[in-house]
Design a protein around this ligand. Structure first.
Ligand SMILES: Cc1ncc(COP(=O)(O)O)c(C=O)c1O
Length: 420
């Protein structure tokens, strides 16, 4: 159904009800002022034009009100995180009480593991996918060591089979059959950063729970990209960042999900801070810690409002576009990219991301023969912003909020040229 022509790409953009959203973003330009082909929203999402207004509003409240901004501000800082909750909950398919924006991803993962990784002498192992993002692996290994467990014994890797790139669910089933009684936690990236493979979150959760394991997901590459339907999966917890597909700026705060069945569970360990304390008595001080119910109860500190303002701007943009519409466009846009790559019929490149749209988000991972990194360098020189991940992959992610079919077409033309 796709066609390999600029006219076709332009027609798709003309017919795209979301096309106007591109103008709501700052698109990076080259030295001559020409827009670059930005396909790197999987690493750092672009800046919505409204973000500076949202941040300026908070700066003005701070300038004009000082400390009174906590209660007198247009968006008072005291409950500021609550202004993000509903829209964020929709993006990850959760109930508002299950979601909170706080800290950053790796910090949240540690906090969640304090609560949901409670090893015993016999049930203490953790399963991660074999090529998990390094920070996830470091988190898991250091948590094992913190409990006196050697990662060589405590860590089980869910690996692709020899000669394959993707993890098979049936192999995870095998791991559970063999080691289920020893496993305490499954900690899986919802969408793998390297291959772009999205895992079946509900099936993984059901499998883990069948063996009495806790199940958590890292949605760094899922949030704002796929719909993880977190509540329905039944996962115990999830964490994500907001600087990739959620366009909230470098190093911005992360999101955290705790399933509602844990909302009032006092048996869970928890590292506590005053922002997780009962709002009614938080400022009475000198009280015993009284955790807020739900995900909010895991907050530690009063949050950085300027970063939250950027998240609010981004979430308002998502809400205006509608996540379902975005996902629909994303499937088509990535399908178009896949079609154009297939058309090249060039064995110097090989897409390792799953073919099935339900098993991926917008990213395609292009494996380069002989790990020839110069291909990525040449693409960059030609005005394409993508990224290279060792050992041999160029990641390309057309984001439906600001990328166009024309972007995808021009990318493929440039790739064709550099492959020659
Ligand atoms: C899958 C995954 N996990 C963890 C991280 C680390 O995130 P942070 O630096 O926000 O802790 C990243 C960062 O890109 C990531 O992609």
């Amino acid at each position: 159904m796709f066609q390999n022509s600029l006219e076709y790409a332009k027609k798709q953009d003309a017919d795209d009800a979301l096309a106007a959203f591109r103008n709501k973003f700052h698109i990076p330009k080259d030295a001559t002022g020409k827009e670059l082909i930005y396909l790197c929203g999987n690493s750092l999402g672009l800046q919505p034009k409204i973000t500076s207004e949202y941040i300026k509003e908070e700066l003005a409240d701070w300038a004009n009100l000082g400390v009174e901004g906590h209660v007198e501000g247009k968006h008072p800082w005291l409950p500021y995180h609550e202004f993000l909750t509903e829209n964020m909950a929709k993006i990850v398919g959760a109930k508002p009480s299950e979601v909170v924006v706080m800290n950053t991803l790796t910090t949240n993962l540690h906090l969640m593991m304090v609560s949901f990784y409670q090893p015993t002498k016999t049930k203490y192992k953790i399963v991660v996918e074999s090529d998990a993002f390094p920070s996830d692996k470091y988190t898991v290994e250091s948590q094992l060591k913190f409990h006196g467990i050697d990662p060589k014994d405590g860590l089980i890797l869910w690996k692709p089979r020899k000669g394959e790139e993707l993890c098979r669910f049936e192999d995870l089933e095998e791991i559970m059959k063999t080691h289920g009684n020893e496993i305490a936690l499954l900690m899986i990236g919802s969408t793998n950063y390297y291959t772009g493979q999205s895992f079946p979150l509900k099936k993984i959760t059901e499998l883990g729970h069948k063996y009495n394991c806790m199940v958590g997901f890292d949605l760094a590459h899922g949030a704002g990209n796929i719909q993880p339907n977190l509540h329905e999966t039944g996962a115990d917890f999830a964490v994500w960042c907001t600087y990739k597909y959620l366009n909230s700026g470098p190093g911005s705060l992360g999101g955290c999900f705790v399933h509602e069945r844990h909302a009032n569970n006092e048996n869970l360990n928890r590292f506590a801070g005053w922002w997780g304390h009962n709002k009614k008595t938080r400022f009475n001080m000198r009280h015993e810690f009284d955790a807020l119910p739900g995900a909010e109860g895991w907050q530690l500190s009063n949050p950085p409002i300027l970063s939250m303002a950027a998240i609010r701007a981004s979430l308002d943009t998502f809400a205006e576009a509608g996540f379902e519409n975005l996902r629909k466009k994303s499937e088509k846009l990535t399908g178009y990219l896949e079609f154009l790559l297939d058309e090249m019929k060039n064995d110097a490149i090989n897409v390792i991301t799953p073919r099935n749209p339900e098993e991926r988000g917008c990213q395609l991972s292009i494996q380069v023969k002989n790990a020839d990194k110069s291909l990525h360098t040449k693409l960059t020189e030609a005005g394409v912003i993508s990224d290279w991940r060792e050992p041999d992959v160029i990641r390309v992610a057309p984001a439906p909020l600001y990328n166009s079919f024309e972007d995808v077409f021009h990318f493929s033309e440039k790739l064709k040229k550099v492959l020659k």
